[in-house]
Design a binder for this molecule. Structure first.
Ligand code: HEM
Length: 380
């Protein structure tokens, strides 16, 4: 069990952290705040530009992706991307996800000893999202390189951010997207960018929102699904009994995905700001005071999950962890991440049944996100 979460939890489901910021560890209270319209994702409301109804006065570094917007703009932009993540559309992605997964696994099997993060966990979500967005092969190198730099910034920790490098990569990425969207507007395909290009042409989304939406769809999977795969494999390989259970019943892959999301989620926390003074769990919280919603700690709340510090893929199925958030900003890509997890955790025992750890795993120093830099393994 994480000592920081335990210490905070001892002070109640809502407590002041040692740095003087509100921290919520209780599962119920985390969910309540994420669903409560008195809390927003911005400290100050943005102002609309008088000339263009959909343009904003803030600087270019502001986040105008769905994750950075409050109502009413949030709902409008989110609705435009939602069709790409509907169950029916999702099912059509499965063959592409399986193809990418098995290609990566076959290559890794030939290597014998390899770093699971570099060979499997990182390339899988990047190749999948590039394919779904409709990024042509000749662009995939620059998208991957600039995307990796921009994706690091979603962690929120100053150490993850090299500001000039981030600014340059963001602009380069936006130029690439602008070019691709123009191409897709002329020759639409069956991909997410073609649909966004059509919405843009219909004036339902501003140029700045278009680029921010493309950017978040690209990077959201980079720094999250990679850690679903890495954290899940680490937990499985650390417990031979669980790994044997998955080998015997690959249909437990869905349970591995959900249990990893509860036990060691890629996103450990998010932040919300009350728009007005609020009273919560007996505390008075002033308007705009930052509140850390510790969704990772919520997954270890013993009043909700029995024996919460144990990783156990045979727990009775339930998906009410908060690994994908809750409320209006609930992860748009959750069905995609779940599908990638299910395909991956079923494919690994099929291709690499004797996989074992082969040296120390190295954690990445991060703030809101949690994952590994390296996980050395041997195909056995
Ligand atoms: C939002 C987690 C994969 C797209 C979120 C949020 C969480 C999250 C916790 C809410 C943040 C908040 O409320 O402040 C995860 C995890 C993933 C994952 C753990 C993988 C295991 C993906 C993928 C995509 C994606 C693959 C898309 C390709 C998004 C988008 C939002 C979001 C667009 C913003 C939604 C909104 O603001 O309305 N994600 N995510 N995510 N995620 Fe994911």
């Amino acid at each position: 069990p994480c000592p920081h979460y335990r210490r905070l939890r001892e002070a109640g489901p809502l407590a002041l952290s040692s740095s003087g910021v509100w921290a919520i560890t209780g599962h119920r209270l985390c969910g309540q705040v994420l669903r409560d319209s008195r809390f927003g994702v911005r400290t100050v409301p943005y102002q609309r530009d008088a000339q263009g109804p959909l343009e904003y006065q803030q600087g270019a570094e502001e986040d105008f992706s769905v994750l950075g917007l409050d109502p009413p703009d949030h709902g409008r932009v989110r609705k435009l991307a939602a069709p790409a993540f509907r169950p029916k559309t999702m099912a059509s992605y499965r063959p592409a996800i399986e193809r990418v997964t098995y290609e990566l696994l076959d290559r890794a099997a030939d290597l014998g000893s390899f770093d699971l993060m570099a060979e499997l966990a990182a390339p899988l979500p990047i190749r999948v999202i590039a394919e779904l967005l409709g990024v042509p092969d000749e662009y995939s190198g620059p998208f991957r390189d600039y995307g990796a730099i921009v994706a690091k910034s979603i962690d929120g920790s100053p150490s993850a951010m090299n500001v000039p490098e981030l600014g340059a990569a963001t602009r380069a990425l936006e130029e690439l997207f602008a070019e691709l969207l123009t191409r897709r507007a002329r020759e639409p395909g069956n991909d997410i960018l073609s649909q966004i290009a059509a919405d843009h042409a219909a004036d339902r989304i501003s140029p700045r929102e278009v680029l921010a939406l493309c950017r978040i769809l690209l990077i959201a999977g980079f720094e999250t699904t990679v850690n679903l795969v890495g954290n899940g494999m680490l937990a499985l390989l650390n417990d031979p009994e669980q790994w044997a259970a998955l080998n015997a019943r690959p249909e437990l892959a869905t349970a591995v995905t959900e249990e990893t999301l509860r036990y060691d989620p890629p996103v450990q926390a998010t932040i919300r700001y009350p728009r007005e003074t609020v009273h919560l769990a007996g505390r008075r919280i002033g308007a705009a005071e930052p509140m850390y919603v510790l969704t990772g700690a919520a997954g270890r709340d013993a009043t909700v999950f029995a024996d919460p510090d144990r990783f156990d893929i045979r727990r009775p199925a339930r998906a009410d962890h908060l690994a994908f958030g809750a409320g209006p900003h609930y992860c748009l890509g959750a069905p995609l991440a779940r599908l990638e997890g299910e395909v991956f955790f079923a494919a690994v025992p099929a291709r690499l049944p004797r996989l074992v750890r082969d040296g120390p795993a190295v954690r990445r120093p991060m703030m809101a996100l949690r994952g590994l830099a390296r996980l050395p393994v041997r195909a056995g």
